[in-house]
Ligand binder design. Structure first.
Ligand code: GLU
Length: 557
């Protein structure tokens, strides 16, 4: 008679270690009570998705606030889908957002005592686990060909039965060990399947830190645990790795909730306690018709974290924004804390909205604008220079024309209690500041109609501009300059403030804000610009006068 042990030995003669050996090799971690061990487990199949950054950020936060460990494990068992170099790229992108792991696969090397951290290098470890399951009669070789599996599926479809490899449909589960041995010796191809003891008619209670306890149908599927290439599938690798890497808390996307029954049964079969599970919401967006849908790699540029990097968002702003999605009380907290530092914020799974998180670019822009406005000149200059050099040639060229000039533009109303917030992201900067550069200003003038308020005639605008050229001095502080502008305006019949004008619209031709707008449009070609007084100081009186003369000549045409 062929025993389970004989079969296990026939399949894995090279496996000499036992689970006890692995327990000794990967002992419990020596961490303070309550420390959580979390992990990010990406597959190297492409770019870093915003949802993955979201999950990793939470993993890092949970580990650091409990003095635990956050590690990265590369799930590279699907060799067909692997994109060369993407593992390293994922780590590089995490680094940009300051979500560096403490341990694990680090892109070009590994760190830590629980490795290897690339699943493709752990084949032997998985085999130890699978040999154990074979010996226990909880796994078996399956010889079904894809044609046979297709036939099973069609029969199930025809009879409206649950799909899958289970119960009576699990043909190879019913072979004898003698038959199995014979087929293996004969050289038949096979995979190894888990032998489930469950029935989908039973309900089990599972618990999730975000959602609490809930009921779900028991697993009844004899899932594949080892593929014919000798590598495990996700489910089994998750069980082995998170056990032997001593993960306490599995934080992953909610799409894995449906697999929980499989994972519960696998941990049971191995005789291990399962980690805590935290299934975090998928990031959604509103489509054109106002319906929610998942951020899609294919349709949405913002699904890839690289979009935010290349568009010049401040990484810290993206992280702060993601934290507002993660915890509903964070936004109030960070506003109260002047956007300073999120280290002292305590993340709490119970404050997570589990109905799906809605991506709101407006809110991200708000965070980015606030943070860019609050940066010191040296910091924003360094960030802008580095960004421009890597991603934005237009800005890079502007910076390199004259770095001091560029810094003076960046420095407009910076490092003040109430700093000015002109930029949402550096991707817009070249366009916002282009008018400061003569050739760009001329280009703008050539390509656009100046957006003057049509209630003023060209003649009136020309006369107002002329009076300002002659009567407005820059050799004074901002307040006096503004008063000076009011005086010039009053002589031409403009009210010194909007309130007066509104009260007596017939007595005035307009108000001081109208003349400031005329001047702004003349000098910058736009209705919006950084602070006009500083714009004029940077341009110099001489250049402002030249631009005024030029625009007057256009108006007189
Ligand atoms: N490799 C899996 C994925 O990329 C990991 C899921 C998990 O965190 O367990 O979806």
């Amino acid at each position: 008679m062929v025993t389970n042990k004989d079969l296990a030995e026939l399949i894995f003669p090279e496996v000499k270690d036992t689970l006890e050996d692995l327990e000794r090799r990967y002992p419990a971690r020596d961490l303070p009570l309550g420390a959580e061990v979390t992990r990010f487990a990406p597959s190297p199949t492409g770019f870093l998705h915003l949802g993955s950054l979201f999950t990793s950020m939470i993993c890092k936060k949970v580990a650091s606030q409990t003095k635990g460990v956050f590690f990265v494990r590369l799930e590279d068992t699907d060799t067909k889908r692997e994109i060369q170099g993407s593992g390293k790229m994922l780590l590089d992108q995490l680094h940009i957002f300051n979500v560096d792991p403490d341990e694990g696969y680090l892109g070009d090397h590994e760190k830590g005592n629980y490795g290897p951290y690339k699943q493709s290098e752990r084949a032997y470890i998985y085999k130890v686990g699978i040999k154990y399951l074979l010996e226990q009669g909880r796994a078996y070789p399956c010889f079904c060909t894809s044609e046979e599996l297709d036939a099973i599926r069609s029969e199930q479809e025809k009879n409206k039965l649950n799909p899958g490899y289970y119960g009576e449909f699990a043909k190879c589960r019913h072979l004898t060990n003698e038959e199995r041995m014979e087929r293996i010796k004969r050289g038949d191809q096979y995979v190894i399947r888990f032998k489930s003891n469950g029935s989908y008619l039973n309900k089990i209670k599972v618990s999730d830190v975000v959602r609490g306890e809930f009921e779900i149908a028991e697993n009844d599927q004899d899932i594949v645990i080892l593929k014919s290439d000798g590598l495990p599938t996700y489910h089994f690798a998750h069980c082995m790795d998170d056990h032997f890497m001593r993960t306490t808390t599995v934080i992953r996307g909610e799409e894995w909730i449906a697999s929980l029954p499989i994972h519960v049964e696998l941990f049971e079969a191995m005789g291990w306690e399962a980690p805590k599970y935290c299934h975090v919401p998928v990031i959604m967006k509103l489509d054109e018709n106002g319906n929610r849908r998942k951020l899609s790699k294919r349709l949405d540029k913002e699904a890839a974290v690289s979009f935010f990097i290349e568009d010049g968002y401040l990484p810290k702003a993206v992280i702060m924004y993601l934290m507002t999605i993660a915890n509903s009380n964070f936004e109030r907290w960070i506003l109260d804390n002047q956007f300073l530092n999120m280290d002292d914020f305590t993340f709490d799974f119970t404050k997570m909205n589990h109905d799906g998180a809605l991506f709101d670019i407006g809110k991200l822009n708000f965070f980015s604008k606030e943070l860019l406005g609050r940066m010191k000149l040296d910091e924003i200059y360094a960030f802008a220079y580095d960004y421009a050099k890597k991603y934005n040639n237009e800005l890079y060229k502007l910076i390199n024309r004259d770095t001091e000039y560029f810094k003076s533009i960046l420095n407009i109303e910076r490092e003040k209690e109430n700093p000015r917030k002109d930029y949402e992201k550096l991707g817009d900067m070249a366009s916002i500041i282009s008018f400061f550069y003569l050739d760009k200003y001329e280009e703008l003038l050539g390509n656009n109609i100046l957006p003057f308020n049509p209630k003023f005639s060209g003649e009136q605008i020309a006369a107002t501009l002329k009076a300002m050229k002659e009567g407005l001095s820059l050799e004074q502080d901002e307040q006096s300059w503004f008063n000076n502008m009011k005086e010039v305006g009053e002589k031409l019949g403009y009210a010194p403030n909007g309130k007066l004008y509104k009260q007596n619209p017939d007595q005035y031709v307009g108000s001081v804000s109208d003349i400031a707008e005329m001047l702004r449009i003349t000098l910058t070609t736009r209705k919006n610009s950084p602070n006009l007084y500083y714009v004029m100081k940077i341009l110099t009186k001489q250049e402002c006068d030249r631009r005024i003369d030029y625009v007057i000549s256009l108006l007189n045409k």
